[in-house]
Design a protein around this ligand. Structure first.
Ligand code: SAM
Ligand code: SF4
Ligand code: SF4
Length: 334
């Protein structure tokens, strides 16, 4: 078994299939930075479906258990269901998931489910249309995202996980609204602490609503009790409503980091491997894929990178780490 410098194995891969997105959430791709003149990756620089599948097979040898397709917005990549089908056949035992802003699920959910997708996470930061539409940066109608969640459930991708980033003074009002909206549906809302990813969102610690405060707000409406993690390294801390009406989660990346159990790696759309969400530099995997290296050689490269891994950014987060160069979230998909 390949372990890193802190004894952590590799298990999860988040694979970005595009750096483009049809939303401009200010905490991720602020319009001022990602405007009309922004240079996204040229098509030729992005891994093809065949290259993605080949790389995934090699990651399977390293211990891959969960593969999550992300972006940018993964559903803006043409023929995404075809890629899901190819991956399903290549790594049949691996849990195959998708993180999306939900904007295209009404038309894609059936095809994705039929191609073999196991699960979907939809990012949704509000129930109030005005707050939600402001937070997606393009006034995208919230109802279409809610319809997308229903379409995913109807296609058999239930329960759906709903990711909500909570920002002080922006959508705190939505904490209870989101919880109430999805209570009793079987879907699971996960509240995410706003993180200092990338260099364009102007993050300040004051903008973070700590998970403890989120739980307190929810508890004041209806009692909750903690649930044991379903496996070691689970990112969300689980809670359930005492009346049996469902479960929620909180992702405490800022206030209670979980680097000690971090088994995740990320690959950007152009094939760079990042061993931490906050890594400044990626390891180029496209060059070996395109220069005739064998699978064995690529496997050796991956194993070597993993063995040398010593990332634990969130545990070290401090004034000293604040100015280090970091990759953008929209580049590696969260
Ligand atoms: N476009 C897809 C989506 O929004 O689900 C996938 C990519 S997006 C980068 C993945 C996740 O990262 C989303 O749930 C988003 O809310 C989250 N995210 C982006 N920027 C964040 C930040 N600064 N802090 C916390 N979560 C963030
Ligand atoms: Fe796009 Fe997702 Fe980033 Fe929002 S969070 S801008 S939907 S990539
Ligand atoms: Fe993993 Fe890096 Fe996040 Fe820590 S900061 S949990 S090492 S991705």
């Amino acid at each position: 078994m390949t372990v890193d410098r802190f004894g952590r194995t590799f298990q999860d891969l988040r694979l970005s299939v595009t750096d483009r997105c049809n939303f401009r959430c200010p905490y991720c791709m602020p319009k001022e930075v990602f405007g009309p003149g922004y240079q996204f990756l040229p098509r030729a620089d992005i891994l093809s479906f065949e290259e993605i599948v080949r790389l995934t097979r090699v990651f399977a040898r390293l211990g891959l258990r969960k593969l999550r397709l992300t972006g940018g917005e993964p559903t803006v990549r043409a023929d995404l269901p075809a890629l899901v089908g190819m991956l399903r056949r290549a790594v049949p035992g691996v849990d195959l998931a998708l993180t999306t802003n939900g904007s295209r699920l009404t038309s894609l959910a059936d095809d994705l489910a039929q191609a073999g997708l196991d699960r979907v996470t939809v990012s949704l930061d509000a129930i109030d249309p005005e707050v939600g539409q402001r937070m997606n940066g393009v006034e995208f109608p919230l109802q279409r995202v809610l319809d997308g969640i229903d379409a995913a459930a109807a296609a058999g991708l239930a329960p759906v996980k709903i990711n909500a980033v909570i920002q002080r003074g922006v959508n705190e009002s939505e904490i209870t609204r989101l919880a109430e909206h999805f209570r009793g549906t079987g879907h699971i809302v996960r509240f995410i602490e706003y993180m200092d990813v990338g260099a364009s969102n102007g993050w300040k610690l004051d903008d973070v609503v700590p998970a403890a405060e989120i739980i307190e707000r929810l508890q004041s409406e209806l009692p909750l009790e903690p649930v044991d993690p379903s496996y070691r390294g689970e990112v969300a801390r689980r809670w359930r409503w005492k009346d049996g009406s469902g479960e929620i989660g909180v992702i405490t990346s800022v206030t209670q980091p979980f680097c000690g159990d971090c088994t995740r790696a990320r690959v950007s759309a152009e094939g760079k491997l990042y061993t931490c969400l906050f890594a400044g530099v990626g390891h180029d995997l496209r060059e070996p894929l395109r220069s005739g290296r064998t699978d064995e050689q690529i496997y050796e490269r991956l194993a070597g990178i993993w063995r040398a891994r010593e990332d634990r950014y969130s545990e070290l987060r401090s004034a000293a780490t604040a100015d280090l160069p970091k990759v953008e979230m929209s580049h590696i998909g969260g």
